[in-house]
Ligand binder design. Structure first.
Ligand SMILES: [Zn+2]
Length: 417
């Protein structure tokens, strides 16, 4: 059996970079000719299109956020002049804003890599519970499922009762949709008197559009025997990253360039540091370079045992507005939650202050167990904190149990600007 979707996935980093740089140079050259907007952006930034030949040179261009895309599409409807007017567009999707997106070609591999990595193939009957109405999700996931050979039931947003009926009658083996909707479907099945493990054949689920919380994942896998996979993308740029069987980070799609940038400067952060996910989809239809997703993540560069050589995103750590920068590095509430989960849901709070020109990071910790506060405990806490947040803890303050109120912010920024 084929282990990877194609040879690109196991190519060397050098091969990948050469291929992507060549596509990027082609995209910029073509975009300069065809897209009035890209030509204007390059002009405003005094950039010769010939000087954007590598991913490093992309950094010269501004990041375009969703808000900015809405604004420029309103100025110049429907695509802000970012499109290639001579390429046939087979579908037009919308997303809230409104934003209008010409769909990439039918031949694009959208989501197929993700489904392949999740083990979905020609033997599968997949229930696609994403909306097929106006938005991109339903049809693009459908195409990806077809690319790996699965039979698709376009159930869309039908009621949970209908979904249960379909899963049962058509012997569905895989689910594609949000995790919360699958939980609703499972609950409905129980209400209808079914035993999900015994009465159904659903063994895999691919999720997108919502976070998959660890306890929910455990429940799907342990209680219902469903192997779960996360996928990540955005309507504006298509699929971006996907989980493999190792479930330790999301492999970046071969057709996209992902940068992790400091949202205040638009410049790349050092590998491993937290920043905003900025995506460039290599294509010849829609010249949206450096789309700022507003999501925070960091890159994992370690080799993955699955055989794919692409770098991975370490999940989503929140939105850029939630993060606070300490000594030039972002920390996000979700990272603190991860630390809590490693210490028995330890109540804690981060306080950022300033002494002179130095940021000081203090962690307030509730003493919920006797060992908390010993030198050994504190060292192990600090080590794990550094590992997850990449920022060093300067001070630790211990308080009595119940001192940190549940409605308090996890990260308090007391610096005066
Ligand atoms: Zn992998």
């Amino acid at each position: 059996m084929k282990r990877l979707f194609d040879k690109k996935e196991s190519g060397s980093n050098k091969e990948r970079k050469t291929r992507q740089d060549e596509s990027l140079a082609r995209m910029v050259k073509l975009g300069y000719k065809k897209s009035a907007r890209l030509k204007a952006i390059l002009g405003q930034n005094k950039i010769n299109p010939k000087n954007i030949k590598t991913r490093e040179e992309l950094e010269k261009l501004p990041v375009t956020s969703r808000e900015k895309l809405v604004e420029i599409e309103m100025q110049q409807p429907p695509y802000a002049g970012l499109e290639n007017p001579v390429m046939p567009i087979d579908r037009i999707f919308t997303s809230p804003g409104p934003v209008y997106e010409p769909h990439l070609s039918e031949n694009d591999y959208l989501w197929a890599r993700a489904f392949f990595a999740a083990g979905i193939g020609p033997k599968d009957i997949a229930l696609n519970a994403f909306s097929y109405h106006l938005v991109a999700a339903g049809l693009t996931f459908h195409n990806g499922l077809r690319k790996v050979g699965a039979t698709v039931i376009p159930s869309g947003t039908s009621s949970s009762q209908i979904q249960v009926q379909l899963i049962k009658d058509l012997k569905v083996t895989a689910y594609v949709g949000t995790p919360s909707f699958l939980m609703v479907i499972i609950t409905k099945a129980k209400e209808m008197g079914f035993d999900f493990r015994k009465d159904f054949r659903l063994k895999r689920a691919c999720f997108a559009a919502e976070p998959l919380f660890p306890d929910m994942r455990r429940s799907f896998e342990n209680d219902y025997g469903i192997d779960t996979y996360q996928m990540y993308g955005a309507t504006e740029v298509g699929d971006v990253a996907y989980e493999c069987s190792q479930k330790n980070g999301w492999h970046i799609c071969e057709e996209t360039i992902v940068e992790i940038v400091d949202p205040s400067t638009g410049k790349n952060v050092a590998p491993g540091q937290l920043g905003e996910i900025v995506v460039t989809r290599l294509n010849e239809i829609f010249f949206l370079l450096r789309f700022g997703t507003g999501d925070l993540s960091r890159i994992i560069t370690d080799k993955c045992p699955c055989g794919r050589t692409s770098y991975r995103l370490a999940g989503i750590s929140g939105r850029i507005g939630d993060a606070v920068k300490v000594r030039g590095l972002f920390i996000a509430p979700s990272q603190l939650k991860l630390i809590q989960s490693k210490f028995n849901n330890l109540p804690l709070q981060a306080v950022v202050n300033r002494q002179g020109h130095e940021d000081i990071l203090k962690i307030i910790i509730e003493k919920i167990a006797p060992e908390i506060g010993s030198a050994q405990w504190e060292q192990s806490f600090k080590n794990i904190f550094k590992e997850i947040c990449t920022v060093k803890v300067d001070q630790v303050e211990y308080v009595d149990k119940g001192k940190i109120k549940p409605d308090e912010k996890m990260i308090v920024d007391q610096r005066q600007w």
